[in-house]
Design a protein around this ligand. Sequence first.
Ligand code: OAD
Length: 289
Amino acid sequence: MRKRGSSIDEESLRRIRDSCRLISTSASTVVFTGAGVSSESGIPVFRGSGGLWERYNPALFGNLLGLAIVFAFSPGKISYFAMEAISTFLSAKPNPAHEAIARLEQAGIVKGVITQNVDNLHRKAGSSNVFEVHGNIFRARCLKCGVRSDIPKEQILEKISSGEKGSSKRRDLLRMMDRFSGRCSCGGRRRPDIVLFGEMLPRETLTGALELASRCDCIIAAGTSALVYPAASIPEYAVQNGAALIEINPNRTRLTPLSQIWISLRASTALELISKEFLSKDELDAWRI
Ligand code: OAD
């Protein structure tokens, strides 16, 4: 691992080396991610300074009842919130953290990714065994038959680039939301396939994630405050089942005391260094690293 010319402190480098040793002796390593991993793609985190919940009250904007209340009294705010969210997700691209996780999976080091993020960036980066426990904003779910289907980016762009954009009229907003998710072939209304506060997590995805977590012997938790349950219990569950926890987060969280190694760096920096330890020169060349 290179040190000269690096701005990374010696202690962090030592922790990265220890992490690589731990991962290399593990039969199954799993990655658990949160908003911090996508923050370097321009998507704001939820909590703390600059977080989404600092500008939008989660009691109103984070659940269906709250959204219905805002919709009834100030539809313009919903319109603004939706447009801001949609344009942020549409313009986001995977960053080196997503890419490093995908490379590690393709090299057989990482067995899967469990993410709380709805931005689709792990799949976009090339990860294939992905468990999106809070859903995916680029997927819709039929409220009548429950069938899920992808919403292509181009379709979203086309459907929201109409006159209703930014409108504060309730009728226009409903039309825009209908256009965003589209109608199911069964005739049912569809909604974005994401989990709001107070809603159940998708059962099959959660079961798959828990199975993966229970079988791993090393779990890397990156960029999450681990405050939102039940998702936050996944790394704890892995630890209870004997896995070693590596946490990557510039700040301490409630997972820090449970972790064997805490790397106080940005996810992109830490994961890129870790992936470089495991990949051959040819593999790195193939990824243009
Ligand atoms: P939070 O916003 O709660 O936490 C983000 C974490 O990322 C914080 O601990 C930051 O210190 C850390 N962080 C910031 N930048 C980072 C970087 N570059 N590298 C590594 N870490 C970084 O986000 P989540 O834990 O993902 O749920 O939040 C969990 C859930 O709360 C979300 O999925 C969402 C939200 O309400 C629902 O919408 C249901």
